[in-house]
Design a protein. Structure first.
Length: 729
């Protein structure tokens, strides 16, 4: 003790202002780490003071006073140095020239993250008064905060703002008070920060019901001396007995907070005098068993009211609150409420969850950020599970804490976007605007470039990079989460296919008509497309491209007299028709599922190397498709029927791939084709050829073991003169 006092007055300490020393005094530091912490916090103190230099609060005080009071509260709650430093600096990103970079460099990434979190929270405005909204808003605060210390700093910030609220215009006072009532006070309750909750509630009460508040304060004040005397009489024998039994304890009479008295008066329709548990005494002991010993003493001295006893030590409240509560009949028949708890429980009662963050140098230092996160969640869940008395509240707590299915993402402008968990930058892009989604090429997540299929996390700031030349691919369907993104991508792909058919149809038509020296027909078609049976030229091209109609059928409609000779235009050839084999279920693995029936789809014939996706068909197991398969269902309701699948080919084996090849009917085309495949040592499983109107359409199946082999074949085929078009079917 003496040494401590001496240290306080040593000359090198006194260079710090008394305000700063008050914070250091709250910190219970070991001597060996004192200097480092002191230097660190002093730098934060000075940096905040300088950054806010010249700024004033509405009260006329320097702005820094608010930063200081926030840090002071945090030190009273025994938070760790990083949190206190962030308390000093919590408004610099929003209001001063200090940048994220400055914070990171001068105070490290942890302080930066906390300040950034607080800044993000203040960007979220609570607008609706509906209860559900308040609930959602709380969830959002918690999930955006990520680190519970962000919430704790926010509480210190809010508490000081509420304490100085009288300097604001009345309308603003009300808005802030209502937000505090609907969001922050209930949240403080859930996090077990009873003291903070009471302080906030009294401050809210004062703003919202100024008259009732004033009256109540007066009544409490008027009855104070009488109450004090009564409490002293009540406590005296208890203290004596505690001493006799050598129980270390502090006994304090305490006033209830105004808002709870007011609440009771309103609920029970009684007046001030009739509130019987206005008198309350708290006994704070060193050890848990002393609580029970103390309870014995109280019950020996005063008659307990049976139904008003609660053992929240054995069964803590869902928010972690622990205490013994009893109500006894004191002198002159007055009812007195007595609470007994340990120092530690008392601190938990005051700051709740924050108590878990109490700065203990020994163990805290070892905890990594991640440990803390997990520990916090685990503790809350444990607390929730311990509580058997209030199942509704337990559920409420779970709703918030196991809030995992949604994430909140910031745009660079600070707007908040809500997405399903596991969402990618593409989901985010479509959420902003469909055009942004269709043109998105990449994203910066927290200023770092990431691939489009990255998973986003709560509180990320995401900037979407777009390019006019980008367009969506089927592969996107594999990782997007929102139905909005999915339907836009599918719609786009359908449109792209249509464009491709139109292009192909036009090309086929042109080539054939040129060959037949009938280009005039093309002009006639353009002039009067309706004669073809299709409304527009595009529709006709598309039908030609898809093969719904042949050029011959079109020509007939326009110049029946010039119909080309049938035999000159039509030839057919078939080699090994219909020869097909497929070994089902082999070569593909589905995560964690081995006994499900797996088969390769017949519509798109995937081969190793293809991007694939599994589709669950009721009663028929999983069918594996290429992600590019156009037969995949387009309805979004089916999205949970898609499963991830992987190639797992242990033995080399061949897969049959059908190709459709369209070419000009040139003498040696078929010869060139078979030559180029045999050069690559590839078996042709089957060939079907139809020549119509000078255009040759080949269906050829080749045997390959993977996509690379197929690509080599396709590259060869592309070099054959006369090729118009080739696709995998
Ligand atoms: Mn602030």
């Amino acid at each position: 003790m003496v040494v401590d006092t001496l240290k306080q007055i040593l000359p090198h300490r006194s260079r710090f202002p008394a305000k700063f020393r008050a914070i250091m005094a709250n910190m219970n530091l070991k001597e060996e780490s004192r200097e480092d912490v002191e230097q660190f916090l002093w730098r934060a103190y000075r940096a905040a003071e300088q950054a806010h230099d010249g700024q004033l609060r509405k009260s006329g005080e320097p702005y820094f006073e608010h930063c200081y009071q926030t840090a002071l509260l945090l030190s009273e709650w025994h938070m760790d140095p990083v949190t206190i430093a962030a308390g000093f600096l919590h408004d610099v990103l929003e209001d001063t020239a200090l940048t994220a970079q400055d914070l990171k460099e001068q105070f490290g990434p942890e302080v930066y993250q906390l300040v950034d979190g607080v800044t993000k929270l203040s960007g979220i405005k609570f607008r609706s008064h509906a209860e559900r909204q308040a609930e959602n808003f709380m969830k959002m605060l918690l999930s955006v905060a990520r680190d519970i210390r962000v919430i704790i700093i926010k509480f210190a910030d809010r508490l000081h703002n509420m304490r100085t609220i009288k300097y604001l215009p009345l309308i603003k006072q009300r808005r802030i008070a209502i937000e505090t009532r609907d969001v922050y006070a209930p949240l403080a309750h859930r996090l077990g920060m009873a003291r903070v909750k009471w302080d906030l509630e009294d401050l809210i009460f004062k703003v919202i019901e100024p008259e009732a508040f004033g009256e109540l304060v007066k009544m409490v004040r008027d009855s104070r001396s009488e109450r004090k005397k009564y409490i002293a009489d009540f406590v005296r024998p208890i203290k004596k007995q505690l001493k006799e039994y050598h129980i270390q304890a502090t006994v304090v009479g305490r006033p209830k907070h105004y808002y709870s008295i007011f609440g009771k008066m309103q609920r029970r329709q009684v007046n001030f005098e009739e509130i019987y548990d206005l008198l309350a005494v708290r006994i704070i002991t060193e050890r848990v068993d002393d609580c029970y010993a103390g309870l014995g003493i109280v019950h020996q001295l005063y008659t307990p009211i049976q139904e008003r006893f609660n053992d929240f030590i054995a069964t803590p409240k869902m928010n972690g609150y622990q205490s013994l509560h009893t109500t006894v009949v004191g002198p002159r028949g007055k009812v007195v409420e007595v609470q007994l708890r340990t120092v530690e429980m008392d601190e938990t009662a005051e700051i709740g969850v924050a108590a878990h963050w109490r700065y203990k140098e020994s163990d805290q230092a070892k905890l990594t950020h991640m440990d803390r996160q997990i520990r916090w969640l685990r503790e809350l869940v444990e607390i929730a599970q311990n509580d058997k008395s209030t199942p509704e509240e337990f559920l409420e707590l779970l709703k918030i804490d196991l809030f995992k299915d949604e994430i909140f993402i910031f745009t660079p402008r600070g707007d908040l976007i809500q997405l399903p968990a596991g969402s990618s930058p593409v989901d985010m892009a479509f959420e902003i605007h469909s055009e942004v989604g269709l043109q998105c090429v990449g994203a910066r997540v927290n200023s770092k470039i990431v691939p489009l299929n990255s998973k986003l996390h709560n509180g990320d700031t995401v900037e979407i990079i777009t390019s006019e030349h980008q367009s969506p691919g089927y592969a996107w369907l594999k990782f997007v989460q929102t139905s909005k993104a999915k339907s836009h991508i599918r719609r786009f792909m359908r449109r792209a296919q249509l464009d491709e058919s139109i292009r192909l149809g036009e090309e086929i038509l042109q080539k054939i008509l040129r060959r037949l020296k009938m280009t005039a027909v093309h002009k006639a078609i353009r002039k009067n497309p309706g004669r073809s049976g299709y409304e527009t030229v595009e529709q006709l091209y598309a039908a030609l491209g898809r093969g719904d109609v042949t050029v011959r059928q079109v020509i007939v409609k326009f110049t029946p007299e010039q119909l080309p000779q049938e035999d000159a235009l039509e030839r057919k050839l078939s080699v090994a028709p219909g020869r097909r084999y497929r070994k089902s279920g082999q070569g593909v693995r589905v995560d964690g599922i081995s006994d499900l029936m797996i088969s390769l789809s017949k519509c798109c014939n995937p081969i190793p190397g293809d991007e694939i996706i599994g589709f669950v068909t009721r009663g028929r197991g999983i069918t594996v498709h290429r992600v590019a398969c156009s037969n995949l269902p387009i309805i979004d309701a089916n999205h949970d029927r898609f499963v991830e699948v992987e190639w797992d080919v242990s033995k080399r084996r061949d897969f049959v791939v059908p190709l459709k090849i369209v070419a000009e009917d040139r003498k040696h085309f078929l010869k060139d084709l078979t030559e180029s495949t045999s050069k690559l040592n590839t078996n042709i499983a089957s060939v079907d050829m139809v020549v119509e109107d000078g255009i040759m359409t080949l269906h050829m199946s080749v045997e390959v073991d993977d996509i690379r082999k197929l690509e080599r074949i396709q590259n060869r085929v592309r070099m054959i003169p006369g090729l118009i078009y080739m696709e995998r079917i």
